[in-house]
Structures are given as C-alpha cells and as structure tokens.
Design a protein around this ligand. Structure first.
Ligand SMILES: *[C@@H]1O[C@H](CO)[C@@H](O)[C@H](O)[C@H]1NC(C)=O
Ligand SMILES: *[C@@H]1O[C@H](CO)[C@@H](O)[C@H](O)[C@H]1NC(C)=O
Ligand SMILES: *[C@@H]1O[C@H](CO)[C@@H](O)[C@H](O)[C@H]1NC(C)=O
Length: 182
C-alpha cells in the first residue's frame, strides 16, 4: 500500500524517490525503525537476555458478584509496557520527534494470556502502539475478567477480598519473558 501511494506521488509530482520521505520526518522514522525489524523475535540485545513486560492493572467497574462461588466479574484496565531494543532513535536526527505510533501488527507484541479472562481468545491487540525514543512501548486495553475471590462476601464491598489473576505467556515459559507487576 505504501509503495502504491509513493508511486502515485512520484507520478504526479515527478520527484525523485528519495525526496519523498525526507520531507516527512515521521514517515522516514517509521520506515527506518521497521526496515529491518523481525516481529517474531523477542526484542532483546542478544538471545540470552530476557525481556521484562511491566504490567499495571486497575479495576474500572465491578459487574457482578456471585456470592455462592465467590466469583467477581469486573472490567479491568490492563496496561503493559516494555523496552523494544530495535525501536530506539536519536530525536535530533528526526526533526526532534520523541514519540511515534506504529501499527501493532508490524512489531513484537507480548502474547500474554490471562486465565480469568471471560473471552478465552487472545486479548485483542490495539491497532497502534506508542513508542518513545528510548524504545519504551506501552499500551492499555479494557478486559472483562471473572475471578475467584477468597472469603465470604456478606458485607461486600465493605470488606476485603483477595482475588486471583494469573498471567502467562502463550509461547515463552518463565524465561526469557519476565512479567512484573507495579
Ligand atoms: C537494513 O539492513 C540493510 C542490510 O544490512 C542495511 O543496508 C540498511 O542500512 C538497514 N536499514 C536500516 C534503516 O537500518
Ligand atoms: C504502572 O503504574 C506506576 C505507578 O502509577 C507507574 O510508575 C508505571 O509507569 C506504570 N507502568 C506501566 C507499564 O504503565
Ligand atoms: C520513554 O519512556 C520511559 C518510561 O516512561 C522513560 O523512562 C524514558 O525516559 C522515555 N524516553 C524518552 C526519550 O522520552
């Protein structure tokens, strides 16, 4: 698609190929970042390193409480962040750009599965992710969760419960992917 657009541009303006992106630092940056990118490979400096995915979870709303089975259905906002070694750049070389959004399906993305998710499919990916010049990627998405909680719920929500959530990676067992809560 990009190729087609570029060709049309050249045809109508008779500009040489190289000038097309030089005028658009954002397009040039996206091209450079994705030029030699392998989205199937864990984005680490060498294959022996591990990658840490940082997770934040906040409950946005509680939908249902099943007192008999101690189950709680809720919407959570699930935020994950990680450093992608390949997605770093020097802002000075790109007109001072410090952030860029890239199509999620063109970069590495954690394949985390939450056992308590109501829909058992892989959590849907947002179409774009935001990256900064240090290669820090983060994104948030709402998820519907049904979790088993400890203790009786007679005085809910004015009491305390511990509800379990388990995260795992579909592909990577413990190493080389580390999951960390904040
Ligand atoms: C991609 O790799 C080729 C061949 O190794 C290299 O010539 C080119 O400069 C690389 N492009 C970027 C944007 O790093
Ligand atoms: C998680 O929340 C903490 C505290 O609000 C924040 O410092 C951190 O950057 C967040 N991490 C992610 C991945 O959003
Ligand atoms: C990118 O984001 C990370 C995490 O918030 C931060 O530590 C780093 O300084 C940011 N880098 C730039 C260039 O903004």
């Amino acid at each position: 698609m990009e190729c087609l657009l570029l060709l049309l541009f050249i045809a109508s303006n008779t500009l040489p190929c190289t000038d097309a992106t030089e005028d658009f630092p954002l397009a040039m940056l996206a091209n450079d970042l994705l030029a030699n990118y392998s989205k199937e490979v864990l984005p680490v400096v060498n294959w022996q390193s591990s990658l840490t995915v940082h997770l934040n979870i906040s409950i946005t709303s509680i939908l249902n409480l099943d007192e008999k089975n101690y189950r709680l259905s809720m919407y959570i906002l699930f935020t994950q962040g990680w450093y992608d070694y390949h997605l770093q750049w020097d802002p000075v070389k790109y007109d001072g750009i410090t952030h860029i959004s890239l199509p999620t399906n063109e970069v590495w993305y954690p394949d985390l599965i939450i056992d308590e998710m109501v829909s058992k499919q892989e959590p849907s990916r947002p179409p774009f992710i935001l990256v900064n010049a240090s290669g820090w990627v983060d994104n948030s998405k709402p998820l519907l969760i049904s979790s088993t909680c400890s203790g009786k719920m007679q005085s809910f929500p004015f009491d305390e419960h511990v509800c379990s959530l388990s995260f795992r990676s579909a592909l990577h067992t413990s190493e080389p992917l580390t999951i960390r809560f904040e």
